[in-house]
Design a protein around this ligand. Structure first.
Ligand code: MRU
Length: 328
């Protein structure tokens, strides 16, 4: 299982992140010294992927308190960085709850400790997702080389460690299962290239495809199972993930390909009854590189629960309609 990490502390006062805007061409690290640095890193996607955004926000609170900034300013600054990944708000709510119980003088240290706990728990949750996902993949692998598909990057880069959708793939590879991964390119920001980079580093056989090639591959019987990540899962199981996920789920249903979502419970938003209530991030037009034409650039879409075979969580695989049993 892959144990690489995306975020670390230096001298208990600085946060070091891997700059994902420079990958896969260059491996570069950025030091975050302030609340503004942390908010900037999330906004410009130096860190990205729902669980990592949550962990970075938690460390951002610690940085802001260490600078002497008021807690309300810190929380509102970080909450405004990106709208869809609920892990951001989950982490901020958790930090707020813990800090409000702490004496003012001890708050910076409490914040560092809680951020550390959030990061540690994310890594552990994703390792468990790998274990449960592997149990699901084992019988599918009985016929020979397993052809999996994923969309966007839900590997270790998108989390503190291990990844969500890719964690079962790393576990399967480590267990000696023969597998190959179709990696969807993910227009317009090409997060699929990050997945391809990760899989290459880990020695997992894979092939990059343009987003729209997925339907053809399913029609040709070249996909045994799809696993994607999630940015927010509503109480009824409707799931927001990188734009293009919904089309894959529709094609998967048409071709009877199992379609799994892998996510820690920090991605489940019980306050959100269904997918229609999930805020969808609209990103800048220039990301499409289309010049001076009208552009719409929604970064996420919502896959209805009825298209999802199961949700792989750190507590096991649950049917979308049964989420309330694991996260009441
Ligand atoms: O816009 P991004 O790159 O932050 O979006 C990331 C995704 O959509 C991931 O697939 C998702 O966060 C799953 S996380 C492990």
């Amino acid at each position: 299982m892959n144990a690489l990490r995306t975020i670390a502390e230096e001298d208990g006062a600085v946060v070091v992140i891997l700059d994902q805007t420079r990958l896969p061409k260059e491996t570069a690290f950025v030091r975050l010294h302030t609340l503004a640095d942390a908010a900037h890193a999330i906004r410009v996607m130096q860190v990205r992927g729902a669980p990592l955004i949550g962990a970075t926000a938690a460390y951002g609170v610690a940085l802001g308190l260490s600078e002497g900034q008021p807690l309300e300013t810190i929380l509102s600054t970080l909450a405004a960085t990106r709208p869809t990944a609920v892990n951001l708000h989950w982490a901020l709510d958790r930090m707020q709850r813990v800090l409000e119980k702490s004496a003012l003088a001890g708050r910076p240290e409490t914040a560092w400790e809680e951020a550390r706990a959030i990061a540690r728990e994310d890594a552990a949750a994703n390792a468990a997702i790998g274990k449960y996902g592997l149990e699901m993949l084992h019988p599918l692998a009985a016929k020979g080389c397993l052809n999996l598909m994923t969309h966007c990057n839900a590997g270790w880069l998108a989390t503190v460690a291990h990844g969500t959708a890719i964690s079962p793939m790393y576990a399967a590879h480590a267990a000696g299962l023969a597998l190959h991964v179709w990696v969807s390119e993910t227009r317009p920001r090409n997060q699929g290239l990050l997945t391809a980079w990760e899989l290459a580093e880990a020695g997992v056989p894979h092939t990059l495809i343009a987003d729209n090639a997925a339907g053809l591959l399913m029609m040709q019987g070249k996909v045994d199972c799809i696993i994607v990540g999630a940015d927010r899962i509503a109480a009824n199981g409707d799931t927001a993930n990188k734009v293009g996920t919904y089309l894959k789920a529709l094609a998967a249903q048409a071709h009877k390909v199992p379609f799994y979502v892998a996510a820690p419970l920090s991605t489940v938003d019980c306050a959100c009854p269904d997918g229609s209530q999930i805020p969808i991030e609209e990103r800048a037009a220039d990301e499409l590189g289309a010049g001076n034409v009208p552009v719409a650039n929604p970064a996420f879409d919502v896959t209805p629960a009825n298209l999802i075979t199961g949700i792989i969580t750190e507590h096991g695989i649950v049917a979308p309609g049964e989420l309330a049993n694991v996260k009441p």
